[in-house]
Design a protein around this ligand. Sequence first.
Ligand SMILES: [Cu+2]
Length: 110
Amino acid sequence: MANRICKLLVVAAFALASLPVWAGETHVVIAKDMVFEPEELTIQAGDTVRWENHERRQYHNVWFREAGEDPVPYFFPEESYEKTFDEPGVYPYVCEPHEQRGMKGVITVE
Ligand SMILES: [Cu+2]
């Protein structure tokens, strides 16, 4: 009996191991010269977006205000911020300190 359960476990383990490893892609948005590049980005559910600060001195953040989230902490030159999007939808965001200067973007999740 124990032997049979052991065999089943081995079969189950092989079945799991043979599943394709599903991991979302990571997309990069660069914050430089007070703009996000690209400003509009379309990704698949489960993908991650990494905002990288390529400024010399200026900090930025991202704020998904319309989604009811809090602004994330500022990220400084050579720092970044990552967010994974699991639900399809349209996610506009702004850079909180530079919104008045038009620093904004939108992530569309398919
Ligand atoms: Cu900014």
